[in-house]
Design a protein around this ligand. Structure first.
Ligand code: NCD
Length: 308
């Protein structure tokens, strides 16, 4: 049985197959509409989420399956003091697969060691968010036609943003990727990403504070929200939250085919005027997220859909 804790749990070849499957689902949704008949997905969300949880639920429903679960720690037995280990043993009796989001880093991993069903990490603290990464890879590959030879700007909260950590981990495995890391001093990527992932893999990268000056170089700009819930004090959050606002003026410095991605939710970091620019791909990314999760569910449940 397989779980998904980090994007590196899949080899590059396995990820390619997953993305191929997601593209086939996009083209032929009817072919998959009964693939999970009679199966259940549990969504165990100990931390708020709209997109990821509903995306998982929509994915399972599109496959003909059912969903059950909870959407906050306060509405689950966690509020009575139940451990993640006990919860997952119990859920294993109710469902065939589960997606878990938790504010504590490593909680889904602990759950996976006690589980008799596949566990998907749907975001653990500031650590990893592998299904967002699969979504991002699918979006990039589908819209750009490749996952190699790209200069990628990552902008905003690179310290606490788990989507960025997972995406860097995944992208260093492709050819000729250059990262431009754009953040205030206080929100730079953690040392373990800089040392153990970027430097270790000989990846070209630079760290800058100003977005304007690097715009013309980028093939892709991945914007992120400043992660209020991970700050230790409100003052720091308020000081940093509006440091980057992508607007049409900044977009005018960008390549004509640069893509703008954002895992969402957006707060102020992308001005709504950018939404109408053809380069804005963050709502398409949401749709790709459903196909990516459908493909992932099929692979972890080892369900193959034949042509007829
Ligand atoms: C992200 C997350 O939860 O880490 N959102 C998401 O899953 N779509 C990004 C964020 O919350 O800023």
């Amino acid at each position: 049985m397989r779980h998904l804790m980090s994007p590196l749990d899949f080899t590059v070849e396995e990820l390619d197959q997953l993305l191929d499957l997601a593209n086939d689902i996009e083209k032929n949704p009817n072919k998959y509409s009964h693939a999970c008949d009679g199966k259940k997905l549990a969504t165990l969300f100990y931390e708020p989420s709209t997109r990821t949880r509903l995306s998982f639920e929509a994915a399972m429903m599109n496959l003909g399956g059912n969903v059950l679960g909870f959407s906050s720690a306060s509405s689950s037995s966690a509020s009575k003091g139940e451990s993640v280990s006990d919860t997952i043993k119990m859920i294993s009796c109710y469902a065939d697969i589960c997606a878990m989001r938790h504010p504590k880093e490593g909680a889904p991993l602990v759950a996976s060691t006690k589980s008799s069903i596949p566990v998907i990490n749907a975001g653990d603290g500031g650590h990893q968010h592998p299904t967002q990464t699969i979504t991002d890879l699918l979006t990039i590959r589908s819209l750009k036609g490749r996952l190699s030879n790209l200069t990628i700007g990552l902008c905003g909260d690179l310290k606490f943003g788990r989507t960025v950590h997972s995406l860097i981990n995944a992208l260093v495995r492709y050819e000729n990727i250059t990262f431009v890391l754009i953040s205030p001093e206080e929100l730079k990527i953690p040392d373990y990403i800089r040392e153990d992932v970027l430097i270790q893999n000989n990846v070209t990268f630079k760290e800058v504070e100003r977005l304007e000056e690097v715009m013309p170089e980028l093939d892709l700009l991945y914007m992120t929200r400043v992660q209020r819930e991970r700050f230790f004090n409100e003052e720091d959050y308020v000081r940093l939250k509006d440091r980057y606002i992508l607007d049409m003026k900044k977009m005018s410095y960008a390549k004509e085919d640069m893509l703008v991605l954002h895992p969402l939710p957006r707060v102020n970091e992308i001005s709504v005027e950018v939404d109408n620019d053809p380069r804005a791909a963050y709502f398409k990314q949401v749709q790709y997220g459903v196909y990516a999760r459908m493909a992932l569910i099929l692979i972890l449940l080892e369900i193959q859909v034949s042509e007829h």
